[in-house]
Design a protein around this ligand. Structure first.
Ligand code: C5P
Length: 406
């Protein structure tokens, strides 16, 4: 996995910096081209000469010590992956805030490559809400965090916060490199947000969907090499590399999906589509003084069931089931009725789960050879990007014909 890969190894100023030497050596031995970048603080803990001797290039520390006029973008742009080990609380804060104070933070901001961050600090610092908030922010942006371990810390203390073992760090780097391009060349269609069905010229029937989960799926698919079409009802910042098709109503979403879905490798239907709409929207604004209006509703088309009925061979079709009762039974029923390959079941009654939250907790059900629903994975409460990753891991397994772990 590492052979021929250009890896920027960021080292920040913690006692665990000495372990970065071992991380560097292992990656070079595995065939990677390792470019070491140290912060000023790191130089207090590990010799520049040591790291330069073991890496593929001399250590760089400053924005200004290169002949090239734009070194701060060059390192990030040319990296296949950036790993920061150890990452101090300061580095996490600067990275989460988008603050570029030195060569390493500049490089982290000027890259589209995957980033692996390996925090190490005293237990009190690691558990501080500010540090945990920065970790959550970075995770939600798709940064891979290698959690610290428990053990001896600097100054004889014992607790949580010790840098992960070098072999764990290198395994994480290999895992990320293996997964990042696993949707290369695929066309992935994602729907996101809640539909709005007009009652009159100003009023709509809407729902609480924020679109955040769909956008996280789109961003994760793009990061894994897919060409992504995002059919969206919301005006969130589009993930890099995604083509957005803006829609508002179920009918517009159906038209957009029916035009792009037939050629897609994967369709992820994360939008919350209205089940009913007014038969006719009043052309102007309904006047209050005219009394309580009678709004007659009709069912909307089930877009997903239509896509399932006409699914091309080899396409993976994913639906969502937002439920408040009998979660798995209801989700399994939808999986079968709508002819899906995978359904993401979320208990929207549980705290922190589903609509509008930044977090979610899901069970993934997929169809086995006989069409029966089996649990492919359960993901406890986490950020929506991590949920997106689990969903796409299952999609990749389905495309490869792999069965879920027993
Ligand atoms: O049956 P239910 O509406 O609960 O199923 C949810 C799944 O079906 C979601 O993936 C949603 O996007 C999709 N859906 C649809 N068209 C509808 C209603 C739901 O595609 N009219």
């Amino acid at each position: 996995m590492l052979a021929g890969k250009r890896i920027v190894l960021g080292v920040t100023g913690g006692i665990a910096a000495y372990k970065a030497v071992e991380v560097c050596r292992r990656m070079v031995d595995a065939g990677a081209h390792v470019v070491p970048v140290m912060t000023k603080g790191a130089e207090h803990f590990v010799g520049r000469t040591t790291l330069s001797a073991l890496a593929s290039e001399p250590v760089q520390t400053s924005l200004w010590d290169e002949a090239s006029p734009i070194p701060h973008t060059r390192l990030g742009q040319t990296a296949d992956l950036i790993v920061v080990a150890p990452a101090t609380a300061r580095l996490l804060a600067a990275y989460a805030a988008g603050l570029s104070t030195d060569l390493l933070t500049n490089t982290l901001l000027a890259t589209r490559a995957p980033v692996v961050v390996c925090p190490a600090m005293h237990t009190e610092m690691w558990e501080h809400p500010a540090v945990q908030a920065n970790i959550a922010t970075l995770r939600a942006r798709g940064v891979h965090i290698v959690d610290p371990e428990s053990g001896r810390l600097a100054g004889g203390d014992v607790g949580h916060g010790r840098l992960a073992a070098p072999e764990r760090i290198v395994a994480a780097v290999e895992g990320v490199l293996a997964s990042v391009a696993d949707m290369d060349g695929w066309h992935v269609v994602v729907s996101a947000g809640g539909t709005r069905e007009p009652i009159d010229a100003v009023r709509v029937i809407a729902n609480r969907s924020s679109g955040k989960q769909g956008y996280a799926v789109a961003a994760e698919a793009a990061a894994r090499g897919a060409r992504v079409t995002l059919v969206s009802t919301v005006d969130l910042q589009a993930p890099a590399g995604c083509t957005v098709v803006p829609v508002e109503t179920a009918a517009q979403m159906q038209a957009a999906l029916e035009s792009v879905a037939p050629g897609a490798d994967v369709v992820v239907m994360s939008a919350a589509v209205a089940d009913f709409r007014p038969v006719a929207a009043a052309p102007g604004k309904i006047k209050k003084h005219e009394g309580v209006p009678q709004i007659v509703l009709e069912p909307t088309p089930d877009i997903l069931a239509g896509l399932g009925a006409r699914k091309p061979a080899g396409q993976v079709l994913v639906g969502f089931a937002a439920e408040t009762d009998d979660l798995l039974a209801n989700a399994a029923g939808k999986l079968q009725r709508k002819r899906l390959d995978l359904i993401v079941a979320n208990d929207v009654g549980a705290p922190g789960v589903g609509f509008q939250h930044d977090t979610n907790a899901v069970t993934l059900l997929r169809a086995d050879a006989s069409g029966a629903a089996v649990v492919a994975a359960t993901v406890a409460l986490t950020d929506k990007r991590s949920i997106a990753k689990a969903v796409l891991d299952a999609v990749v397994d389905i495309r490869r014909g792999l069965t879920p772990p027993a």
